[in-house]
Design a protein around this ligand. Structure first.
Ligand code: SF4
Ligand code: ZN
Ligand code: ZN
Length: 319
């Protein structure tokens, strides 16, 4: 079968949402062009420094490789976090990640939960369990990762932080926030980043219009050996996301292009809602001084640490 774009090379990929068969070169070019289009809207082409949050998984390798194809790699700094999950954070994987980024000319900086927060993720989880609390590993993990990524962004004076969230993640997030009726969070999504605190480095998702299967295929065709070991805590992931994921997968199968349409239509709605809603600055946590959600006095991270006995109880007096 011949590629529908160049009409000369052998096709290796079928892209259901466009109905095209593409060769390796045309597929890679298609992904890069779509990422570039999104990156332009998000301000990446004008940014002088961008921090890339990388895990070593397929999405982060695709993110680094596509961005480096149209942005000077000297303007990119990759940031990796070792959560401290036994059996998951592997040395060989970290070395591979360093090599790929070296080849692309992208500097890599890293930290760990242990060095930055004082505890590994495993220690946080067992401490919470010892207190009889049912706090999932992902709750600790997501919150502290966000904090450390923001700290690193400020440290390297990045204009933007880019994460590897793909179209499937983004469509799930849109639906989850609609189901929860969380309008403020919904407005924060959208294709153009929204600054709600001077302490937040703006976060962008250049892969938000790229299907998950496409990021996997891109990494595969580029020959990247990516982290395939599943996190042992994956089964503790929020069940609503798992259900929405399953549902969207079925819809996409029956009607290819559905996820893309959900996110594109949502972007239009988000733009309209933003025009009519006042931009409220986020409050600041009374313990760590970081921005927190509306209506909170202490941030979720500090609250989790107090509940798990990892921060002195005296902080609890805040009311
Ligand atoms: Fe962290 Fe949960 Fe992802 Fe594991 S599955 S890396 S604990 S967010
Ligand atoms: Zn081709
Ligand atoms: Zn805090």
């Amino acid at each position: 079968m011949i590629c529908d774009v160049c009409k000369s090379r052998e096709a290796v990929v079928y892209q259901p949402h466009t109905g095209r068969r593409l060769c390796k070169e045309c597929f890679i070019e298609d992904i890069r062009q779509r990422v570039k289009k999104e990156a332009e809207k998000q301000g990446l082409l004008k940014a002088s420094k961008i921090l890339l949050a990388v895990s070593g998984g397929k999405d982060s390798l695709t993110l680094a490789d596509t961005l480096a194809s149209f942005i000077d790699p000297k303007r990119l700094v990759a940031f990796n976090i070792v959560e401290g999950i036994s059996g998951y954070n592997r040395k060989e994987q970290a070395e591979k990640l360093r090599k790929y980024l070296d080849d692309l000319g992208i500097e890599l900086i890293s930290t760990s939960f242990k060095d930055s927060v004082g505890y590994t993720l495993d220690e946080m989880v067992s401490s919470a369990r010892a207190k009889g609390l049912n706090i999932s590993a992902c709750t600790f993990c997501g919150g502290f990762r966000r904090k450390l990524i923001n700290d690193a962004g400020r440290q390297v004076k990045a204009d933007l932080v880019a994460t590897g969230h793909n179209l499937d993640d983004e469509a799930q997030t849109v639906i989850i926030n609609i189901l929860r009726g969380d309008v403020k969070r919904l407005v924060r999504l959208g294709d153009v980043p929204l600054k709600l605190s001077d302490k937040f480095v703006l976060r962008v998702k250049p892969l938000r219009k790229i299907y998950e299967w496409e990021t996997t295929m891109y990494a595969f065709l580029k020959g990247f050996e990516f982290q395939e070991v599943e996190c042992p805590y994956i089964s503790a992931r929020p069940t609503l996301r798992a259900k929405v994921r399953e549902l969207l997968y079925l819809i996409e199968q029956q009607k290819p292009g559905s996820l893309l349409r959900i996110v594109e239509e949502f972007d239009k709605i988000s733009e309209l809602v933003r025009q009519h809603s006042p931009k409220e600055e986020l409050p600041t946590c009374k313990i760590c001084g970081e921005p927190t959600s509306y209506g909170r006095e202490i941030c979720k991270n500090c609250e989790l640490m107090i509940q798990s006995g990892l921060l002195p109880q005296k902080y609890l007096r805040i009311s």
